[in-house]
Design a protein around this ligand. Sequence first.
Ligand SMILES: C[S@@+](CC[C@H](N)C(=O)[O-])C[C@H]1O[C@@H](n2cnc3c(N)ncnc32)[C@H](O)[C@@H]1O
Length: 278
Amino acid sequence: MQRPASPHDWRDTNRAMWDERVPIHASSDHYDLDAFREGKDSLRDFEHAEVGDVTGRSLLHLQCHLGLDTLSWARRGAAQVVGLDFSEPAVETARELATELGLGPDRALFVAADIYDAAEAVPDPSYDIVYTGVGALCWLPDIRRWAEIVAHLLTPGGFLYLAEFHPLTDALDAESGAHIAHDYFSPDPWVDETSGTYTDFDAATVNNRSYQWQHPLGEVVSALAEAGLRIDFLHEHDVTLFQQFGALRQGEDGYYRLPADRPRVPLMYSLKATRPPS
Ligand SMILES: C[S@@+](CC[C@H](N)C(=O)[O-])C[C@H]1O[C@@H](n2cnc3c(N)ncnc32)[C@H](O)[C@@H]1O
């Protein structure tokens, strides 16, 4: 898909928005750092099941935010985890958490860098696993370049594991999730000016402008294939992690679903793609 040029200020604008939200997130119930310090795993159960045993593996987490998921992989036995995020305050929070957990830089290292500079910013040329978690790809204007960077950073035989909100959900109306309200294929950045954040919608914030991009499923899969990765699986999930539509109901397992009498649509997806052994 041909995309219009990205706004010249997209990176600085988005970074300012994220930097301001880091302390709000770090003190929120949503991220619950105290529970994390006491041992709570922040990863979703399907992520454990789909990634499998990470013991002894090296893992690079792109767009790691506060580092909870990164450090959860370390707790699960990854030999070395590296988290990358372009927000300095996010990376600083992640470093402090790693120190509190007794994980030195040899086990858990965090670097502040734009994702498109990742190859130069991370300490090793390649990793056994590249991981990227929910709410990440929408911040990236160029998914083909992202896929090339991921492929470049994978050891031959290593794999990308990605878990994301399904792009179809961005096309549905916010209340019922039953109608197509937005263009699924829109190449234009979505400009948001909303104050607050997903951990506190009422938070008083000043850096509110942000740019996001939709990445249709076919575009993500094709970008990874074109970058030389082999798609091992693409799973679509009928659950999600938040009240994206008024109609969703939270189950006892914590996941949000459409009511049982409604036809289901995919709400999240996960994907594994391997760099073929050379
Ligand atoms: C929604 S958060 C990721 C959430 C994470 N999966 C979690 O649950 O904590 C998105 C992250 O992407 C980072 N980010 C956005 N654009 C980026 C870029 N161009 N390069 C590096 N990091 C970026 C932001 O700083 C933010 O920490």
